[in-house]
Design a protein around this ligand. Structure first.
Ligand code: HEC
Length: 719
């Protein structure tokens, strides 16, 4: 039997919490713990579907949608999908404050200002409700905090005065690791289930998913993604590595099938991201979709999407629940998108693949000690949503100069298809790039039709390795830098601006206090390094302050590196986008796409470029598609909404049947977040978080922006 409600079965009004919430980042378990048809109904539309049964806005009237209000939230990045309940929107700010807004007026009701914060994203909040009892969960710094949604006050009986420190209960001393909650947890009955983000270099926290009592914060269960010696999965690691391994964590959010009591948890790669010589083996349960019993954390099944990952191919998004028709039978399925641009479809209860998955041979590694896995899994359908193998035919022809420069650079690169290991001394094409393919915004699904709507990036990046012998370091500080910072800011500190800033001359731009704060807490896609003790941070700051570290005498190692900061033997040379001399992607467009995939058949219904670059439009080159982050939402009114594009700052509405553009509106900053739709005072609103962080050349700031039909056009469609 299908778990999903037919549209006509939905109550018309008032809509309860979960009927309105629809983003992956906004979950609710209002009636999940009580029986009866309503309880079933409430959990029948899983939040990660990005699907809303609201239908006041339709394909016919969406063109009359107008800006309703805008709420400014200050400088920084914003990736939050708001959470809606009973006329109130709960949102986060770039500095991790929580604000309750009147959903119709966009005015502040209360604000919670946490004491401990960092500048990492808060992709959403979670609310738990039973009877009159409600708890709103937010994350800031290393804390998960329970608030009273009525007034924003911490609920003292939860954890320690309202918060728990998510670095605790991970089997390592909390001070020695970083752990932050960037995606909100999911609620099942009376627990909140969370993953976490950790560092990309050693020592990183070992990945685990944990369930806490929503009232007290007491730990109810934990599942470790890096198995204990002897436990299932441990045979895929060298035994010594198990004790010190980190990563394989869930940072992208997870998806609950409440009716079955299954939580689907996607995991990331093991640390170090790019060299795995000390972790030979498939490395379970890294890069896996893991199905757990939501009540107990008991293992049910898993599928590993990348064996022995040495490309940082984390599973980037919570999977989507939908049902598909097979031989006339409706099957409840879970669809997982990847950074590689692939979609895997499984039967929910058993994990049986619904399209055959082939293990295909991939190239070996030529790096000493590295044992790249000989095969990787590819679904036979649907086809990849982004290009997989860059050839000379795909190189840009945007201008003769760009074409010539890119062709010349291409000659020096290795391009040998998906899962080609990085090499020493030469850059290797990673296509789609390190950010995906699919990213944290995730996909929307039509629960009745089995159609998946997903945006992807379609641009190449490059990466490489270099040998690093700590004994040759000119200083211990350099070793700390090489271990922790070089992968993003480059061995030469020049970074790969604008995405990864240069640290050369950093103190001309930033105070020492700022730099120390960045190191401790991280910001944006930079994880924090709270595990670095103060004396090491001091050394690092001195190292960055030295005008040219290369002038230092080599061989003057000031202190022996401790085990915890031992750098890998082969260092990543930094994330580089493969771009032409003007900064545009080195491939032919489209550079970003929006796709409708019929998961019944695996066929694409349509595929269109998503977004454009205003400067290229001005030169007569529209519709190139754009780098994009944040996912789509689908409504029962027959409208697909998506922002996501970085440079043109648009919110768009598409016809889900054809991909035709129905409407678009200017945003103050890029809408690089997944939107939300809700009903307030009789009108359907669409709200999206916008921010300028990803486009340093564009306007800087952040704001929530809401759109609604004009009173007249809303009135015409109301019964
Ligand atoms: C995983 C990638 C990554 C790693 C590892 C990393 N950073 Fe960063 N760092 C970034 C990014 C991305 C930014 C820009 C963040 C933003 O846009 O807010 C940044 C910003 C900074 C800034 C502020 C730069 C400015 O111009 O304001 C400093 C300082 C900094 N990093 C220092 C470090 C140090 C020191 C380390 C090592 C301890 C480190 N970073 C490790 C990615 C990284």
């Amino acid at each position: 039997m299908a778990l999903y409600l037919r549209k006509q079965q939905l109550p018309s009004a008032p809509l309860s919490c979960c009927f309105i919430l629809l983003a992956a980042t906004a979950t609710c378990a209002a009636a999940g713990e009580v029986g009866g048809p309503n309880a079933h109904a409430t959990v029948a539309i899983p939040a990660a579907n990005h699907y809303s049964p609201l239908s006041q806005i339709t394909a016919e009237n969406v063109s009359t949608l107008r800006a309703a209000w805008q709420f400014e939230t200050g400088p920084g990045g914003l990736q939050t999908t708001p959470l809606f309940m009973d006329g109130v929107l709960y949102v986060a700010t770039p500095d991790q404050r929580v604000i309750a807004l009147d959903a119709a007026a966009g005015t502040r009701k209360w604000e919670y200002v946490p004491l401990e914060v960092n500048l990492q994203p808060v992709r959403g909040l979670t609310i738990w409700q039973t009877g009159d009892e409600r708890v709103l969960f937010t994350s800031h710094g290393t804390k998960l905090t329970a608030l009273d949604p009525a007034n924003g006050q911490p609920i003292n009986r939860f954890g320690n005065g309202g918060s728990i420190d998510i670095r605790e209960n991970l089997g390592a001393s909390p001070e020695s690791i970083g752990a932050w909650l960037t995606s909100p947890g999911v609620i099942y009955r009376d627990v909140i289930i969370i993953g976490f983000r950790t560092g990309e270099s050693r020592p990183a926290a070992p990945g685990a998913v944990r369930a806490y009592d929503v009232r007290t914060g007491e730990l109810r269960w934990r599942f470790d993604f890096i198995p204990a010696a002897g436990a299932p999965g441990s045979e895929t690691w060298p035994t010594p590595a198990l004790a010190t391994a980190g990563g394989a964590n869930n940072w992208a959010g997870m998806t609950l099938d409440a009716a079955r009591g299954i939580v689907f948890v996607p995991t990331g790669s093991a640390v170090d991201d790019f060299y795995g010589g000390d972790r030979t083996g498939a490395n379970l349960f890294a890069n896996s979709l893991v199905a757990l019993d939501a009540a107990s954390g008991r293992y049910l099944w898993h599928f590993q999407t990348v064996h022995h990952d040495i490309w940082d191919r984390d599973l980037p998004t919570a999977p989507v629940l939908l049902s598909v028709l097979r031989d006339g039978e409706r099957i409840d399925a879970v669809a997982q998108g990847t950074k590689q641009g692939l979609v895997f479809l499984f039967e929910r209860a058993t994990g049986a693949p619904l399209f055959p998955i082939e293990e295909r041979a991939v190239p070996p590694s030529d790096v000493p000690g590295e044992m790249a896995w000989p095969t990787q899994p590819f679904p036979t359908a649907p086809a990849p949503a982004a290009r997989q193998w860059l050839t000379a035919d795909d190189l840009t022809v945007r201008t003769p100069a760009a074409a010539a420069a890119v062709r010349a650079q291409f000659e020096s690169l290795i391009s040998a298809g998906p899962y080609t290991p990085l090499s020493i001394g030469k850059q290797t094409i990673v296509f789609p790039g390190f950010d995906g393919g699919m990213e944290w915004g995730g996909a929307a699904a039509d629960p009745d039709q089995g159609v998946l709507y997903v945006n992807t990036n379609d641009v190449p990046w490059t990466g490489g390795l270099q040998a690093y012998d700590p004994a040759t370091a000119s200083s211990f500080a350099e070793q700390i830098y090489m271990t922790n910072c070089a992968s993003c800011h480059g061995p030469d500190r020049a970074g790969s601006p604008p995405a990864f800033p240069s640290l050369v001359g950093i103190f001309n731009r930033r105070s020492e206090h700022d730099v120390i704060n960045s190191i401790a807490r991280g910001q944006g896609r930079m994880p924090g390094f709270p595990q670095l003790p103060a004396p090491l941070v001091d050394m690092l700051v001195n190292y960055l302050a030295s005008a040219d570290s290369a002038q230092r005498e080599p061989g003057t190692v000031v202190a022996a590196p401790t085990a915890s900061v031992q750098p890998p033997q082969y260092q990543f040379t930094g994330y580089r986008k493969f771009v032409d001399p003007d900064g545009y992607p080195a491939v032919t467009p489209p550079w970003g796409t929006l796709n409708a995939i019929d998961m019944n058949t695996g066929d694409y219904l349509w595929k269109i470029p998503l977004g454009e670059y205003p400067a290229l439009v001005a030169q007569g080159q529209p519709d190139t598609g754009s780098e994009n982050y944040g996912g789509p939402i689908l409504t029962a009114g027959g409208v697909l909404f998506i922002g996501a594009t970085v440079y043109d700052r648009q919110l768009r509405a598409f016809d889900p049947n054809t991909g035709a553009l129905l409407w678009q509106a200017d945003l103050p900053y890029a809408g690089t977040a997944t939107p939300l739709t809700y009903m307030a005072q009789g009108r359907q609103y669409v709200v999206i978080a916008t921010s300028g962080q990803r486009d340093p050349a564009g306007p800087q700031g952040s704001a929530y922006v809401a759109f609604a039909l004009t009173k007249q056009s809303a009135g015409r469609t109301l019964p």
